[in-house]
Design a protein around this ligand. Structure first.
Ligand SMILES: Cc1cc2nc3c(=O)[nH]c(=O)nc-3n(C[C@H](O)[C@H](O)[C@H](O)COP(=O)(O)OP(=O)(O)OC[C@H]3O[C@@H](n4cnc5c(N)ncnc54)[C@H](O)[C@@H]3O)c2cc1C
Length: 434
């Protein structure tokens, strides 16, 4: 078997990657000579990876940037919940092409990364290309923990969809079941334990299902059975649910028998830890989560669920030159959000490229803003500002910063936040894919 390095990728591989051979051969000598300060390879083209590719391409023209991502289009989780409200019928509005990123000079290898060899500084792809790197940014997102809830495996997810990882199951799988449900039915959501992708996500989802029910199936009920005793923006969600949907949504925390430990897809029941069974007409199970397989199986998580990083750089201490960003790392108290994945991509790119070019590494500060749609013209948000500590072992919230939207705000302010949310989505996806 002939192993191919990043500098020795076959013509077929290049064409499959989306880089045109003509473009590569026709590149001016100066441009090619400039791209020699180092090779940055990025695994995963979602919020973290696509942001990193764009940032590196824009800011470090003398670094060669390669993105390894099997999909030809990226479907975002953010704004997927709005499909459930019936605000759009399909995924077109949340599906993005990599073409413009490739047009900016990112080489895309449209393959799954199968193995990272941090000692040899190579990534092996599903078609056995060996891609050499000087610095590697890994942002592969999450995997679901099948069978952490008894009976909830891949087959069960066809009956009780999760719709938490669009490449595994698009949100339309849940939308279709809600559409088919009779008025007066019960929608059960099984909400996951911490830490998980998008802390306000399940509650935004319940809100969007309630918006749909209010319009189309007003006699229906929503039961959220939670593995936790509290959740992000809780007072804002609870106020909004009462104001917008009356008693349509019931939230049951773990300490009130909300934690689901088993499901029976044939009977459409879920069972809590003390043996209480609930029957739903549509059941959405959002199971416990962990870093995606490539991070775990390449040793980047050290056998844990998430990758421990140097909080100043996002580099893995046991694998110098490898940075893990996005949902796959452990960076509390920062949430696993698209905003954080984008923001920390900037940091990892700055550190990785400065290491390659010899430039000074700036001080770190991280941000998050998460908007949630709760109803028509009704948005809420949470903001956080964070700093790593001096030895890179933890992250602290910056004093006197951040917080959640005010309780009891006027309808104008809530409508304003819904508009800001739309603007956030447009601008971040435009940065990644525009
Ligand atoms: C319902 C819902 C709503 C949300 N709403 C918001 C919101 O409003 N705001 C917000 O900030 N966040 C939101 N999020 C969270 C956000 O989607 C995630 O935090 C974000 O996607 C994490 O980025 P990532 O790069 O870690 O992973 P992803 O964006 O999932 O990208 C991972 C990429 O890696 C690729 N990949 C995986 N394995 C490999 C491999 N072996 N080789 C190559 N490629 C690989 C995948 O194909 C994928 O394209 C929401 C999440 C959900 C579920």
């Amino acid at each position: 078997m002939i192993k191919k390095t990043r500098n020795n990728i076959s013509r077929r591989g290049l064409l499959a990657s989306g880089a045109t051979l003509a473009g590569v051969l026709a590149a001016p000598a100066v441009a090619r000579a400039q791209a020699t300060a180092g090779r940055l390879v990025i695994v995963g083209g979602g919020f973290g990876g696509a942001s990193a590719a764009r940032a590196a391409r824009d800011r470090y023209p003398n670094i060669a940037v390669t993105l390894i991502e099997p999909a030809s289009q990226f479907v975002t989780c953010p704004y997927g919940n709005l499909v459930l409200a019936g605000r759009s019928a399909d995924l077109a509005g949340i599906t993005h092409s990599y073409d413009k990123l490739v047009g900016r000079g990112v080489t895309k290898i449209s393959q799954e990364a199968r193995e990272i060899d941090a000692a040899k500084k190579t990534v092996r792809t599903a078609d056995n290309q060996t891609v050499a790197y000087d610095r590697l940014i890994v942002s592969p997102g999450i995997d679901l923990k099948w069978d952490a809830i008894k009976g909830y495996d891949r087959a069960a997810s066809a009956v009780m969809p999760h719709c938490w990882v669009p490449s595994l199951q698009p949100v339309t799988a849940l939308a279709d079941k809600l559409k088919a449900m009779a008025d007066g039915g019960t929608f059960i959501m099984v909400a996951p334990p911490n830490p998980f992708r998008c802390p306000p996500g399940p509650y935004e989802r319940a809100s969007m299902v309630a918006e749909y029910f209010k319009k189309a199936k007003p006699k229906s009920k929503i039961l959220i059975l939670d593995a936790k005793d509290g959740f992000s923006k809780q007072p804002l969600f609870l106020d909004a649910w009462k104001a917008l949907y009356g008693d349509m949504i019931e939230w049951v925390p773990a300490n009130k028998e909300g934690k689901v430990v088993a499901v029976d897809p044939a009977a459409m029941t879920v069972e809590t830890e003390f043996g209480k069974k609930h029957k739903g007409d549509v059941v959405n199970v959002i199971p416990p989560q962990q870093a995606a397989r490539i991070a775990r199986e390449s040793g980047l998580t050290g056998g844990a669920d998430w990758a421990a990083i140097d909080t100043r750089t996002f580099e893995i201490k046991s694998a110098p030159g490898v940075f893990v960003i996005g949902d796959a790392n452990a960076a509390p108290p920062m949430p696993k959000s698209g905003f954080v994945a984008n923001n920390t991509a900037m940091r990892a790119v700055a550190v990785a490229c400065s290491q390659m070019t010899g430039a000074a590494i700036p001080n770190a500060i991280y941000f998050n803003t998460c908007y949630s749609h709760v109803g028509e013209n009704y948005g809420i948000s949470v903001v956080g500002v964070y700093r790593p500590n001096a030895d890179g072992t933890k992250i602290d919230e910056a004093p006197n910063s951040g917080g959640i939207s005010a309780q009891g705000a006027t309808p104008d302010i809530r409508a304003g936040e819904a508009t800001y949310a739309d603007g956030w989505y447009r601008s971040i996806t435009n940065y990644m894919f525009g």
